[in-house]
Design a binder for this molecule. Structure first.
Ligand SMILES: Cc1ncc(COP(=O)(O)O)c(C=O)c1O
Length: 398
């Protein structure tokens, strides 16, 4: 019995504990020891939630919204999200019945992958990609297949590169715009070409649009689900974490017009969270229906931080930074002229070097997939003072 337990392999064993978490824990420990640390390792908005959202949250608690809710979400939130996706994302959502409320976009990815994929199936993701996208595919028992993003093409997801890795077992193409970790923003033509592929090979498309409102230089955010013919193929996933700085409140939503998928995902919601925190859902209604100026202001501040950080990264000879058009990450290729640290020259060596020598946090590119080797990612979601301090320190370290 004991021996069998020891040799038993579980698919969760294939998932790492999390590279960025490892970095964060180290930074927190150093901070606790009184060291000055700049938190550019993970993407958590520095802002408080908008005033009207906080008021709605407090009111929800006062009004006694502390009980179980419908597993798929409170009707008011499903309606507000339906309206928002119709108006802003131009999605042809049939009605609130097609909208499911999730505990963040992360949970949305989990239920969508579980509803679509199974053992033997393959899902294509961009390389590099946000780590948890790949991990949640593994959790669904399916195989992660990576399509490399080409730096020469501005890290844009390329239909031709995707087509090369499609097999008989492919069930799903994942796209993420604006993209974590590169900050690339996909254009309508690219989305159209990916949708055509989905039609030609009878695939689903999962669109992770968590950063839809963190976008710069007046670029539009285009939802693939709004393109003609997308109706039954696309699952569109949204997050309240970045748009409204509600990351710790854990709220997201998704939509799909495929009723079979909605039924499967509704079952998954019941068996995973059985309804997201009810007060948070009421805050979500206020966020989606209320004024958008806080969201716009945050995007404007992220843009200032991007420019501040990018100007500094550009000064470093061994850094090749990519200027992000969206999301709040700066993706940097480490040049061959970097001398290395402790005998190593990979992303982890760079992350360790920056922490040890400058107290600057970052995420090693390796955690985002094979294409991330030799890269490092800086998040500029922490307070502007920290970005300014990092911008000053970084060039002095090389
Ligand atoms: C690309 C991407 N998708 C989804 C998420 C998850 O967001 P949430 O906080 O809503 O779970 C993140 C969070 O960093 C992300 O980077």
């Amino acid at each position: 019995m004991t021996a069998a337990k020891k040799t038993h392999h579980h698919l969760i064993d294939a998932i790492p504990l999390g590279g960025i978490v490892t970095v964060r824990d180290r930074l927190l420990e150093m901070q606790a020891q009184g060291k000055k640390i700049l938190r550019l390792e993970s993407g958590d908005p520095s802002f408080g939630i908008p005033e009207h959202v906080r008021e709605a949250l407090e009111k929800a608690l006062r009004d006694g919204h502390t009980h179980y809710t419908a597993g798929a979400g409170i009707p008011q939130l499903r309606e507000a999200a339906c309206e928002k996706m119709r108006q802003q994302n131009k999605l042809p959502v049939k009605g609130p019945g097609q909208v499911l409320v999730t505990s963040g976009a992360m949970h949305g990815l989990y239920v969508a992958f579980r509803a679509i994929l199974g053992p033997g199936d393959e899902a294509i993701i961009p390389d590099p990609t946000w780590t948890e996208t790949a991990d949640n595919i593994t959790l669904a028992g399916a195989k992660v297949v990576r399509a490399r993003l080409d730096p020469e093409r501005g890290y844009l997801y390329d239909a031709a590169a995707i087509e090369k890795v499609i097999t008989k077992r492919t069930r799903l193409i994942v796209l993420n715009t604006p993209h974590n970790p590169t900050g690339a923003v996909l254009k309508r033509e690219t989305l159209g070409a990916i949708l055509q592929l989905a039609h030609a090979h009878d695939l689903y498309v999962l669109a992770d649009e968590a950063y839809e409102h963190v976008i710069y230089d007046d670029l539009p955010h285009v939802s693939i689900g709004s393109l003609p013919g997308a109706e039954d193929r696309v699952v569109s996933i949204y997050s309240m974490s970045k748009s409204f700085a509600m990351s710790g409140l854990r709220l997201g939503y998704l939509t799909a017009n495929d009723d079979r998928l909605i039924e499967r995902m509704t079952k998954l919601l019941r068996c995973t969270v059985n309804g997201v925190n009810s007060a948070t859902q009421h805050a979500g209604v206020a966020a989606l229906k209320g004024p958008a100026d806080a969201t716009r202001k945050m995007a404007a501040v992220y843009r200032e931080r991007r420019d501040l950080l990018f100007a500094s990264l550009e000064k470093i000879k061994c850094f090749k930074p990519f200027k992000p058009a969206g999301a709040f990450y700066a993706w940097v290729k480490i040049g061959a002229d970097w001398q290395g640290y402790q005998g190593k020259r990979d992303g982890w060596a760079m992350t360790n070097y920056l922490i040890d020598k400058g107290g600057v946090g970052s995420a090693p590119g390796d955690v985002f997939g094979p294409a991330g080797a030799g890269h490092v990612r800086f998040a500029f979601s922490c307070p502007t003072e920290q970005i300014a301090a990092a911008a000053e320190i970084l060039p002095t370290l090389f």
